[in-house]
Design a protein around this ligand. Structure first.
Ligand code: ZN
Length: 489
C-alpha cells in the first residue's frame, strides 16, 4: 500500500476597503444599499468608457504584497480576461496576467495542534506548529456583480461590479485542510492589520478557490488537480478539502493513480459534497491580452520603500509581544482576532502602562458584559469612552468597583462614562468637610467600637468606616475616610 500525501494550494480573493471602485468613482460600500444604485457607465461596461485605476487600491495592494514579503514588480500591467457571464457586463474582467503587481513571497503561520495531540494545557514544544507557505503572486482585478436566482428568474445586482479585488495565489505548500484553514486565518489577520480589506467573511469579502491533488509520499511530481470553486468561509474550506481529499484517495484506490486531467468542482454546502462542473479551464480559454485602455503601471521605488518602512507589526509578532507582557495564549489570540478589542486594549495599555489592568478591564470585564448582553465586540464602547472611564477611576472620581457598573452601563446604553456617572449619582465623595462630618457622626454613634479600638482591637474601626460607606451608599473615597478617622482619633 503506497502512502499518499495531499498537495494543496489556494487562490484567495479579498475585496479591498477603498472609498471608490477599482476603475471608476462609484461608492465601493454597497452593503445594505438598494440594488444597482452604486453603478455608472464604467462599471456597467458601456462601450466607449475609459477605466482609470484607483490609486488607493494600488497602495493597499502594495501594502499587502509587502506584508506577504513579495517583491513588488517595478513594471506591471492590466490585462483583459474574457469570459461570458451575466454578472460581468463588459464580457471581460480587467485583471493582471503575465506581469502581476507582486510575486514570490512567504507567510509564516501557526498550526494549532489538534486537541487530542495537545494534551493537558495546550501546545507542545513552542516551535512545533510553525509552518510556512510560499506566495506565488498577488494581482489586482475587479469583482463581478451578484446574481440571485429565484425560481425561473435571475436577478442581477451590479453594485459589486468593479469592487477592487486582490487575488493572492499560494504555492502548493499546504498538506492538509487544517493547514489550509490555519494559513487562511493568518492571511485574514494580515489583510486587516495592513488595512487592505475588512475581510468580513459574512459579507463575502474574502473567498477561496482551493486546488488539491495527491501524490506518493517522497515523490516530487505534481499530479492533475481538482479545483474547488467559491468557498466562502473557513468552515466550507475545511469541509470541502476534507471531502475532496477522501474522494481522491478513493479514486486512487480504485484506479491505481491520480486524476487523468485537471477538473473544476463546486462545493455543495448543504449536501456536504463536491460536484463536477467542468474540465479545468486554462489560460488559453480566457484569450488574455493587455488592456489597451490602461497604460502599464510604473511603480515608484521611493513610494514602495516608504510603504515598506511604515508597515505595521505583523499579527504574529504582535501576539508574541502580548505573550511577553504575561497574557495567556488564549488572551493574546483573542486580541489578535478581534481588532476592536485589540485597539481598546492598546489604548488602555498606552494610558496605564499596566498590561494586567488592561487585560482585566478589556478581556475580563468588557468581554463579560458584551457576552452577558448578547453584543459583539463591534458593539463595544469607543476608545475615547474607555479612556474616559480609566481617567475617572484614576482621578478618584469613581471607585474601581463603581467603574465596573459604569462599564456595564456603557455596554448596555452606549452612553459615555460622564453621562452615566452623573445620571446614576455615582461620583465618589472626596469632599473632606462632608466626610469629616460623617466620621464624627459615626464615632458618636459607635462608642463601643471606639472603646474596643482604644483597648488595642484595631479591627473595631471597620464599624466606623462601614457606617460612613453606608451613609454615602459606598461613594465615599475609602482612603480619605481612613485618613480623616485617624486624624479625629
Ligand atoms: Zn462605476
Amino acid at each position: 500500500m503506497v502512502e499518499l500525501e495531499a498537495i494543496i494550494g489556494l487562490e484567495v480573493h479579498a475585496q479591498m476597503n477603498t472609498k471608490t471602485k477599482m476603475f471608476c468613482g462609484c461608492d465601493n460600500d454597497a452593503f445594505g444599499k438598494e440594488p444597482n444604485t452604486t453603478v455608472c457607465e464604467i462599471c456597467m461596461g458601456h462601450p466607449g468608457t475609459l477605466p482609470v485605476p484607483n490609486r488607493e487600491a494600488i497602495i493597499k495592494a502594495v501594502n499587502m504584497s509587502l506584508a506577504l514579503k513579495c517583491t513588488v514588480n517595478p513594471q506591471n500591467h492590466f490585462d483583459r480576461k474574457h469570459y461570458f457571464y451575466p454578472d460581468l457586463p463588459s464580457g471581460f474582467q480587467i485583471s493582471q496576467y503575465d506581469f502581476p503587481l507582486a510575486s514570490k513571497g512567504e507567510v509564516e503561520y501557526d498550526l494549532r495542534p489538534s486537541p487530542a495531540a495537545a494534551g493537558e494545557g495546550g501546545a507542545g514544544a513552542p516551535d512545533e506548529g510553525i509552518k510556512k507557505c510560499g506566495i506565488t503572486r498577488l494581482h489586482m482585478e475587479n469583482d463581478a456583480g451578484k446574481l440571485t436566482h429565484r425560481g425561473s428568474v435571475t436577478l442581477c445586482d451590479y453594485n459589486r461590479a468593479g469592487t477592487p479585488l486582490m487575488e493572492i495565489v499560494t504555492e502548493p505548500d499546504l498538506r492538509s485542510s487544517d493547514e489550509a484553514v490555519a494559513f487562511a486565518e493568518e492571511l485574514r489577520r494580515m489583510l486587516i492589520s495592513v488595512n487592505a480589506s475588512e475581510a468580513d467573511m459574512f459579507k463575502g469579502m474574502m473567498r477561496f478557490d482551493a486546488s488539491i491533488s495527491l501524490r506518493e509520499k517522497g515523490t516530487k511530481k505534481l499530479n492533475p488537480r481538482s479545483e474547488i470553486k467559491n468557498l466562502n468561509s473557513f468552515k466550507a474550506l475545511e469541509r470541502a478539502l476534507t471531502y475532496e481529499e477522501a474522494r481522491l484517495r478513493k479514486t486512487w484506490e480504485e484506479t491505481g493513480g491520480p486524476l487523468p486531467r485537471d477538473i473544476t468542482v463546486g462545493w455543495q454546502d448543504d449536501e456536504g459534497k463536491t460536484r463536477l462542473l467542468r474540465d479545468k479551464e486554462n489560460a488559453g480559454d480566457y484569450r488574455y491580452f493587455p488592456e489597451p485602455d490602461i497604460p502599464p503601471l510604473e511603480m515608484d521605488e521611493k513610494m514602495v520603500s516608504k510603504i515598506k518602512s511604515e508597515l505595521p507589526v505583523s499579527p504574529r509578532q504582535k501576539k508574541k509581544e502580548y505573550l511577553g507582557m504575561g497574557l495567556t495564549d488564549a488572551e493574546a489570540a483573542t486580541l489578535i482576532d478581534q481588532t476592536e478589542l485589540r485597539s481598546l486594549f492598546d489604548v488602555v495599555l498606552t494610558k496605564t502602562k499596566d498590561a494586567k489592568r488592561a487585560s482585566s478591564l478589556v478581556l475580563t470585564q468588557l468581554i463579560g458584559f458584551l457576552n452577558a448582553h448578547g453584543k459583539t465586540s463591534a458593539e463595544a464602547p469607543s476608545a475615547e469612552a474607555m479612556l474616559e472611564l480609566v481617567t475617572a477611576i484614576d482621578a478618584g472620581q469613581i471607585s474601581g468597583n463603581a467603574g465596573k457598573a459604569v462599564l456595564e452601563a456603557m455596554v448596555t446604553t452606549g452612553k459615555p462614562p460622564k453621562d452615566i456617572i452623573a445620571a446614576e449619582g455615582m461620583g465618589q465623595i472626596s469632599d473632606e468637610a462632608k466626610i469629616e462630618e460623617l466620621v464624627k457622626e459615626a464615632i458618636e454613634k459607635n462608642p463601643k467600637a471606639i472603646e474596643d479600638y482604644k483597648k488595642g482591637k484595631e479591627s473595631a474601626l471597620g464599624a466606623i468606616v462601614g457606617y460612613v460607606m453606608k451613609m454615602t451608599k459606598g461613594q465615599a473615597n475609602p482612603g480619605k475616610v481612613n485618613a480623616i478617622l485617624m486624624k479625629q482619633l
